[in-house]
Design a protein around this ligand. Structure first.
Ligand SMILES: [Zn+2]
Length: 457
């Protein structure tokens, strides 16, 4: 996670004898791709707000052309934010292959403006923001609200307020950016018109036009960052009966959890609780199963509907069979098992790189039983039938025993290998000094000698 704070003074040297003038501040925050979330929560820049002077403003394209995949101009001030890192129609951006353009915002009347805040989100070069902000009250002679492209707007009654360039040096540019243009005096000035003279971030390919997600103008009476409702706006997504946010220990958003019970309305309360549990346990599971360069899915969907079996997971979508959970309403452990599959997120490797099912399911039950239900009865041990590769809880308790007796990081190591398509039985020997067969023999002996330690007999 990286946050960049850059404060650039644009104007104003203090000269002897001249009264101290206020100084423009440009505050830039970036959430890198790993931790950017749908709330647009930043370290220093306020979160987007739903009600501000830009909410009723009229945005007009002065020059440049909109991209066919872009959302409309209202994406800039509708208070709705993208929920994912690459969501074209939730953003406004200029046409691919062009170098930006000019946008006019007419606030309708002259307003006392405190801050202008701009937000963008894209995993690549369309994340950073490069623009000049001009402002005018529209009263000066020769004012033109639509100054021609290539001509300095200051010749048409505009004042340059700030030059913004959030491109990071020498590293990937992608991520979520928040820019706040404010003033040490507390007030930017009295303006009716704002002109955003927007440049592409790069010219190496056609895809350098920034995905602008929202523009806020904070005036008198507006509260910056009053926009926790901006995030709840995403509740409007029709499939969500319930929505929660999973955050890590530092309060950063890891994922949005949505629950859809529209096809089983009687399960709404059950689904909500499952959603709450997933929001609570997702960060823990992500930590237990962390591996280098891995980012867990940022949206986890729970669907409860009539079907077969118990539950299944495809990608980051978990489907629960309502028929089963009506009869087994306390079986929330099944949700933790499925949630583990979401975090595993193993690519489908083929041939000798394929991950054995008993490992994948054993780990899901390991998280379920060892972490979520540590008091749950251990299964009856059936030496004639069970082996380490029986899968599910048989494998789960074997993994637990290995961690308790040999290597506390064993499951994490196995998980990392599975994500990389590098699972092999040698892992047992590498991490414990013994083969899986030798370990299983030892585990079996221990179980046989210590029946009291195996609840559920
Ligand atoms: Zn499973």
């Amino acid at each position: 996670m990286k946050h960049h704070l850059i404060i650039i003074g644009v104007a104003m040297a203090l000269l002897a004898g001249i009264p101290a003038r206020a100084e423009i501040k440009i505050i830039v925050d970036r959430n890198d791709n790993d931790l950017a979330g749908p709330e647009f929560r930043f370290k220093n820049v306020p979160m987007p707000s739903v009600n501000n002077a830009a909410t009723g403003a009229k945005f007009v394209i002065v020059s440049g052309a909109v991209d066919v995949n872009s959302g409309g101009l209202d994406a800039l001030n509708d208070g709705k934010l993208p929920t994912e890192e690459d969501e074209p129609d939730a953003n406004f951006f200029f046409d691919a292959g062009t170098h930006g353009g000019r946008l006019l915002a007419d606030l309708g009347s002259v307003r006392d403006i405190k801050e202008v805040n701009t937000y963008s989100w894209h995993p690549g070069a369309r994340g950073p923001q490069v623009y000049k902000l001009y402002a005018s009250d529209g009263t000066s002679g020769g004012f033109d609200a639509k100054p021609p492209q290539e001509i300095d707007p200051e010749k048409y009654g505009w004042k340059l307020v700030a030059s913004v360039n959030t491109k990071p040096k020498g590293e990937d540019a992608g991520g979520q950016y928040g820019v706040s243009i404010c003033d040490t005096s507390g007030w930017l000035g009295k303006y009716r018109y704002l002109l955003f003279d927007i440049s592409s971030t790069e010219n190496r390919d056609n895809f350098g036009n920034t995905f602008y997600s929202e523009i806020d103008v904070i005036g008198k009476g507006d509260v910056a960052g009053a926009g926790t409702t901006a995030a709840t706006n995403t509740l409007a997504a029709p499939e969500a009966s319930w929505r929660g946010i999973a955050t890590n220990a530092e309060g950063k958003t890891l994922a949005t959890i949505t629950v859809d019970t529209t096809q089983a309305p009687d399960m709404a309360a059950w689904g909500r609780h499952a959603g709450e549990l997933c929001a609570e346990w997702y960060p823990k599971i992500c930590q237990w199963l962390e591996s280098e360069d891995f980012t867990p899915p940022k949206t986890v969907r729970l669907r409860i509907r009539d079907g077969r079996g118990v539950a299944g997971t495809s990608g980051a979508t978990i489907t629960f069979n309502a028929n089963y959970f009506r009869r087994h309403s306390s079986d929330y452990g099944a949700a933790i098992h499925e949630l583990t599959h979401v975090v595993q997120a193993y690519p489908s490797f083929r041939g000798s790189n394929a991950n054995p099912g008993w490992v994948v399911e054993g780990m899901a039950d390991y998280i379920r039983f060892s972490k979520f239900e540590p008091e749950a009865p251990r299964p009856r041990f059936r030496p004639d039938r069970d082996k380490y590769d029986s899968g599910y809880r048989v494998t789960a308790f074997f993994l637990e025993w290995i961690e308790q007796n040999y290597d506390k990081q064993f499951v994490k190591e196995v998980n990392a290998a599975c994500r990389a398509g590098k699972f092999q039985m040698e892992l047992f020997k590498q991490h414990t000094g013994k083969t899986a067969d030798e370990l299983w023999q030892e585990y079996s002996n221990w179980l046989a000698q210590k029946p009291a330690a195996v609840p559920g007999k």
